[in-house]
Design a protein around this ligand. Structure first.
Ligand code: NAD
Length: 438
């Protein structure tokens, strides 16, 4: 099929590249001219594991191209994906101006039947609004489909190629047949394409993300409680996760969820509910607990240093909101940086992928090192904010030699606390008894 993907960010680029890899001809559109020019030169604008091989292979095969010209992309395509931003407005609702703006343009451009597929995460009723925006100008038949995306940054290519399920919301048989054919290479009996109405599809995405955010948050509260009563969240987690009704995934406590999706989707679902008079109380609690959790290590740090962080040198490992991505949107690290700097601390940071993004956002208010060990030189403590694999088995002797103190505040519970005690580290993690070096 000939496909246009409008919006070439994390979702759009992965969608376009993966669809090209199964034999479709895909043209990706973006308004960001520099980004499009870079992609036309063969440069990938984001870090996503395994994407580069597919990206180059499909460009070389002539199945993947890039443009800023929406009309050109639309003219040759029978399916048009919208992978546009839906950032939160000030009141928490999803800003639909990108999606509806492009829908408006599409209506003026379409000269034959097309399926418009919304992959952005959008509130219930958006498919109707997209349909209205297109119909205001279009004189041809078209269908609007809601096809929310469930890929995870860091695993995006795998998730697209081997999805747990594909949700397609549409009301017309013609569009349903096209979507079923398009996704046929990625589905089977255990990885089904689930057809439903557009509103249910739109809500499925918000309900899934909000449920996952709730699961994480519940575990963070259990972890906080563990610390007060002398229980160990690691063993509690294992005991809980062995129950198949609960499952062992998403039970790892830490310094809160971040990223471009969970925070905004929880807010947007709560706002959609309040718009129809429903007070979604669980989500309000999830948001409040997660806000506190991002900086939960601040007070213990301050206490460790005698009540003041003035002049304390902190090495920080991990800036991305999670491993295997350069995405720093709503990253807990940024909230800690803000609080630590306000308290007079100095920060020297390392992240394998996200440092450029942090530099563009906050500049040189912190120092950056290109190797994790170099960030430790002369540091009074180490703070871990992201669970990159490279941080899991460091050389603790080398670390101790470089640092002023053998002190780690671990927001991701990377190390065995028994081992840390034996090695003589003061080791503060989340929901596990504190090791104090003797
Ligand atoms: P992104 O910010 O990475 O990319 C969006 C792209 O759209 C940018 O490149 C931007 O320049 C472009 N754009 C903006 N206006 C445009 C226009 N008028 N025409 C063409 N291009 C335009 O966003 P993303 O992370 O890919 O997310 C897109 C949507 O998918 C959001 O609704 C998001 O909630 C949802 N989603 C994201 C993820 C994820 O992990 N990132 C996962 C599932 C769903």
């Amino acid at each position: 099929m000939n496909i246009a993907v409008v919006g070439t960010g994390y979702v759009g680029l992965v969608t376009g590249t993966c669809l090209a890899d199964t034999g479709n001809h895909v043209i990706c559109v973006d308004i960001d001219e520099a980004k499009v020019a870079a992609m036309q030169r063969g440069e990938i604008p984001i870090y996503e594991p395994n994407l580069d091989t597919l990206f180059h292979r499909n460009i070389a095969a002539g199945r993947l191209g890039f443009t800023t010209d929406l009309q050109k992309a639309v003219d040759g395509s029978s399916v048009v994906f919208l992978a546009l931003p839906t950032p939160p407005d000030e009141d928490g609702s999803a800003d639909l101006s990108y999606v509806l703006g492009v829908a408006d343009e599409l209506g003026k451009m379409m000269t034959d039947y097309k399926v418009i597929v919304d992959k952005s995460t959008v509130p219930v009723g958006t498919a109707d609004k997209v349909r209205e925006a297109i119909a205001a100008h279009a004189a041809v038949d078209f269908d609007v489909v809601s096809n929310p995306e469930f890929l995870r940054e860091g695993f995006a290519v795998d998730d697209f190629m081997k999805p747990d399920r594909i949700v397609v919301g549409c009301s017309g048989n013609r569009a349903a047949a096209i979507m079923t054919e398009l996704y046929e290479p990625y589905t089977n009996e255990s990885k089904p394409l689930i057809l439903m109405d557009e509103r249910s599809a739109e809500l499925t995405k918000y309900a899934s993300n909000s449920f996952l955010a709730t699961k994480i948050t519940f575990m963070n509260e259990i972890a906080n409680f563990c610390e007060l009563v002398g229980a160990d969240v690691d063993t509690v987690r294992k005991g809980m996760g062995a129950d198949p009704r609960i499952g062992s995934r998403f039970l790892y406590p830490g310094i809160g969820y971040g990223g471009s999706c969970f925070p905004k989707d929880v807010k947007a679902l709560r706002k959609s509910a309040s718009d129809v008079g429903y007070d979604f109380r669980v989500l309000t609690s999830v948001m409040n607990v997660n806000d506190d959790q991002k900086t939960i290590l601040f007070d213990p740090m301050k206490e460790h240093f005698g009540g003041s962080l003035e002049g304390i040198k902190i090495a920080m490992w991990g800036l991305a909101f999670k491993p295997e991505t350069d995405d720093i949107r709503e990253a807990p690290s940024l909230y800690m940086i803000e609080k630590l700097l306000a308290a007079g601390a100095q920060i020297v940071a390392f992240d394998p992928e996200a440092m450029d993004n942090v530099k563009s956002k906050i500049g040189d208010v912190i120092d950056y090192k290109s190797r994790e060990m170099d960030a430790l030189d002369g540091a009074d403590c180490l703070l871990i904010c992201t669970e990159w694999a490279a941080f899991r088995t460091p050389d603790f002797n080398d670390m101790a030699n470089r640092m002023n103190g053998k002190v780690i505040f671990d927001g991701r519970n990377l190390y065995d606390k028994g081992k840390m005690a034996r090695l003589g580290w003061t080791y503060r993690s989340i929901g596990r008894p504190l090791n104090t070096a003797s």
